[in-house]
Write a new protein. Structure first.
Length: 262
């Protein structure tokens, strides 16, 4: 009887009952919410197979970004009832429309640094990146937020492997989170490593980095890091809208000179 089923079993039965009716569209509202982690991954795969077999339009509501990224053809990110961006998963990840999407898609979340556009590029209290504002859609004095994902933050030893590295940034390791296939490193800017008393200030000075599990790194260790400029994002600080995705991907059209004969 239904009363004898667990919450997860009821959800799976409901999905089966919906499928056999052969509807023109499925509307699923967090159908895997009551499943344990292992079964949720299994059911996620089964739903992908069913979608491929049935070829039925499916609108799937979830707060789990892993489900959204792995199962979707397109992701619609909604905040307070307003659509922020609708795009394929990798587009949402690599070219977020605004700060909310950038912070919501991806785990761990994107790093954000407040700064300003100067004649030499981006400047903040701890980070500076050199580029010519004239080549990009920015103006001198613009208040912007720099965004960079943890996997695009590198140790100084890897600087020869990146085509467009930024200047080195002095940091000190705070907390290490081994995840198996990677280690998430929480960094504090070296000048503010004593900011632990104020948690809000600590978070504003914090930088996340993803490294290989065999990396020789320890807690409370001074390290120099840098960003890959091709994966640095700029957002308008006031509106939160994206301004630039990739500081080295914005190029001007080459000038062509034509020699005309008299």
């Amino acid at each position: 009887m239904p009363s004898e089923l667990s919450g997860g079993q009821r959800q799976r039965v409901a999905i089966g009952r919906a499928i056999v009716r052969k509807p023109e569209a499925f509307l699923m509202d967090e159908p895997l919410a009551n499943l344990d982690a292992k079964l949720r991954v299994h059911m996620r795969t089964e739903l992908q197979r069913l979608h491929k077999e049935l070829k039925t339009t499916t609108i799937y509501v979830t707060h789990d970004q892993a489900e959204a990224m792995t199962m979707s053809d397109r992701i619609a990110v909604i905040k307070d009832g307003e659509l922020q961006q609708i795009a394929p998963p990798l587009t949402s990840y690599n070219e977020p429309a605004n700060l909310f999407v950038a912070g919501f898609i991806g785990s761990p979340s994107m790093n954000f640094i407040n700064g300003e556009i100067t004649a030499h590029g981006f400047e903040s209290e701890f980070v500076s990146i050199e580029f010519d504002p004239a080549d990009l859609d920015v103006s001198l004095g613009d208040s912007v937020v720099l965004g960079v994902r943890p996997e695009n933050v590198y140790l100084a030893d890897d600087i020869d492997e990146v085509t467009h590295p930024t200047k080195l940034i002095d940091t000190v390791t705070d907390v290490l989170e081994p995840m198996g296939d990677e280690v998430i490193v929480y960094l504090l800017h070296k000048n503010h490593e004593t900011a632990a008393a104020d948690e809000k200030q600590r978070q504003s000075n914090q930088l996340l980095m993803s490294v290989d599990p065999d990396s020789q790194i320890a807690e409370e260790e001074p390290v120099n890091v840098f960003f890959d400029q091709t994966n640095v994002h700029l957002f308008d600080q006031e509106s939160g809208e994206a301004v630039i995705h990739g500081l080295e991907t914005q190029t001007t059209e080459p000038k062509v000179t034509v020699d005309a004969e008299d």
